[in-house]
Write a protein that binds this ligand. Structure first.
Ligand code: ZN
Ligand code: ZN
Length: 363
């Protein structure tokens, strides 16, 4: 086993003990990947004493052994939850054991199978975010992958002048972005690329449509890459033509709100204080009512992880966190402006991972 995975396993064992359990059944695939390196689409991982047992199906026989050499691999034909339960029963522990499981990612069907197959000798303890809290603190290797992923997304968005222009459909712009992400080495986009133009840019989570970009419109581009299993997330807002004074004013306000959040972000503060710093700034500009979502979110193996940077979040920001700072304003019938960057928190400083220029781009 590598030093890295030894360290992770130690942390997980401590978390299992803290939750009052003796062992852990993982069903959330990103957590399974984090702990053993297996990236297939069907798996259960069992953390039992010093061993980790990976249950998957015949499609992954070769891949599981390659990706997770430190795990005992069980290739099974029946449903994974049933196979895992049967394995536990066959171990027939002398004392009653307490197993933690991930209540947010185990369906009722699987849960029923697991319990039934495992038999009565086991006490089940639902947990949430046991692994997620560990994953929020990135290692040096993870930060390196995230830097590269952020740089890749930044390169693509810096090329926007090549393909964002009046007459092109939102869907075509999104396809061009996805193509360029892959051409630069991404295994894919980290979420469905957002291209929202004109009044549609006032929808924070718009899906690209057939609508063609027009002159004198705002266009919000929100994209990210998956590179070496790590996500990036970045938003820029473009104006097609010369922006009127009102749009410039709004853009400046959002830019300042992001700067305020970045100033507030450091190890030891409550996540909520970072959100409130951005919100205060937009309130000062009289735009607070148009800021309809939280300031940011953690990311890593998944596009949305902890810590959440929202108004009432008491959770402490820790060294090793990577979060987005993405204040925005959305004015119905007119349009929206959002600026999103990724920032890594170190013990004594912060580091912006996204490298694309941040000013208003007029095309
Ligand atoms: Zn985004
Ligand atoms: Zn985001």
């Amino acid at each position: 086993m590598t030093v890295l995975s030894q360290h992770r396993l130690k942390q997980v064992r401590e978390a299992i003990a803290d939750s009052g359990a003796d062992a852990l059944v993982l069903t959330h695939l990103p957590n399974i990947f984090y702990l053993c390196g297996f990236s297939g689409s069907n798996a259960i991982l069992l953390v039992l004493g010093d061993a980790i047992h990976l249950f998957t199906d015949g499609r992954y026989t070769i891949q599981a052994r390659e990706e997770a050499p430190q795990a005992s691999v069980h290739i099974v034909r029946n449903p994974l939850a049933e196979a895992c339960g049967e394995f536990l029963r066959s171990r027939s522990p002398r004392k009653r054991m307490r197993f933690a499981f991930e209540s947010a990612s185990l369906s009722v069907v699987e849960w029923t199978r697991l319990k039934k197959a495992a038999g009565r000798g086991i006490e089940w303890k639902p947990t949430t975010e046991l692994m997620e809290r560990i994953r929020e603190v990135k290692s040096a290797e993870e930060l390196d992958a995230m830097r590269r992923s952020a740089r890749l997304a930044s390169e693509v968005i810096s090329e926007a002048p090549d393909f964002v222009r009046p007459g092109v459909a939102e869907l075509d712009v999104a396809a061009e972005i996805d193509y360029r992400l892959r051409r630069k080495g991404a295994s894919g986009p980290s979420f469905e690329t957002i291209v929202a133009s004109g009044p549609r840019s006032a929808l924070p989570h718009a899906r690209p449509t057939e609508k063609r970009l027009q002159k004198n419109e705002l266009v919000v581009l929100d994209l990210g890459a998956i590179l070496r299993h790590y996500c990036s997330d970045l938003t820029r807002t473009v104006f097609l033509g010369r922006a009127p004074a009102r749009v410039r004013r709004w853009y400046k306000a959002v830019e300042q709100a992001q700067e305020a959040a970045q100033h507030a972000l450091r190890a030891g503060v409550a996540a909520g204080s970072v959100d409130r710093a951005a919100r205060r700034l937009l309130n000062q500009h009289g735009l607070g009512q148009y800021f309809v979502h939280g300031t940011g979110h953690g990311l890593g193996i998944e596009i949305h992880e902890g810590p959440r940077v929202g108004r009432s979040q008491k959770q402490e920001i820790r060294a090793g966190n990577v979060v987005t700072l993405e204040p925005g304003i959305y004015v119905e019938g007119v349009g929206g402006i959002r600026i999103e960057d990724e920032v890594a928190v170190h013990a004594d400083r912060t580091e912006v991972l996204t490298t694309a220029p941040r000013g208003l781009l007029e095309l």
